[in-house]
Design a protein around this ligand. Structure first.
Ligand code: ZN
Length: 239
């Protein structure tokens, strides 16, 4: 192959990659909504915008205190929130769409020696096993825009329901069917999971707080636009 031909191929490949990245970015801006606007009833506690998370730092891409989801997931979440509100509860959302750069930050963090947040989030594990145990990975379904991390708040008391352990605790206690939970904790996890499931989400075995939309619209796309890129909306379909 001569040099001109080679550079033509490289140029075309680069152009294709650029176009893909640009269309993914455009899709993100167009097809994602801010959770606070799409589902005003939920309580937002964006842990990765704050420093109260297992890294102890604000994450890259979390450049404003909003959370975002693709429209379909936001719509399913609105349905779930309405059902919880009818029972005197509200959803509290810790995280939703997660820019790919934040997931890469988690991975880099897992390889460094910073253990500031160990007592709160991984008290029983050494930090260097977190990625081996699957708690930290190079990619996350959250970057596809259809997953949420959440718990429930009792509107009579204003307190979180007792789920038997906090969000992002890297421990077997976070498994949905963990041993040693009280009846009340089992019941609270079951309420959260049953309503989310009825509304189109599915839970996972290892984290009681994590739900992903069953029919996600972007099953193969890992978005990386920052939260501030998500457009503002006034209405979405809630059915
Ligand atoms: Zn999650």
């Amino acid at each position: 192959m001569d040099a001109v031909h080679f550079f033509k191929i490289v140029f075309v490949a680069a152009l294709a990659a650029f176009t893909l990245a640009r269309s993914a970015r455009a899709a993100g801006q167009q097809d994602f909504v801010r959770v606070a606007e799409a589902v005003p009833g939920v309580i937002l506690e964006p842990r990765y915008y704050s420093t109260y998370n297992f890294t102890g730092d604000r994450l890259p891409g979390y450049d404003c205190p909003d959370l975002a989801l693709c429209r379909q997931a936001a719509s399913a979440l609105a349905k779930a929130e309405a059902r919880f509100e009818a029972r005197g509860l509200r959803l509290k959302i810790y995280d939703a769409y997660r820019p790919a750069r934040a997931v890469e930050f988690f991975y880099r963090w897992s390889l460094n020696g910073d253990v500031r947040m160990k007592p709160y989030f991984y008290p029983k594990l050494e930090k260097n096993v977190l990625h081996l145990r699957g708690y930290i990975a190079l990619r996350s379904g959250h970057s596809r825009g259809s997953a949420v991390d959440c718990t429930l708040v009792d509107m009579k008391t204003g307190r979180d329901l007792d789920m038997g352990g906090p969000f992002d605790l890297f421990d077997e206690r976070s498994h949905y069917a963990a041993k040693g939970l009280t009846k009340e904790q089992e019941h609270n996890r079951a309420i959260l999971r049953s309503v989310m499931t009825e509304c189109g989400f599915k839970g996972i075995r290892s984290e009681w707080w994590h739900f992903a939309l069953r029919d996600e619209p972007f099953p193969d796309t890992y978005f990386d636009f920052p939260l501030s890129d998500v457009g503002s909306v006034t209405t979405i379909g809630s059915e």
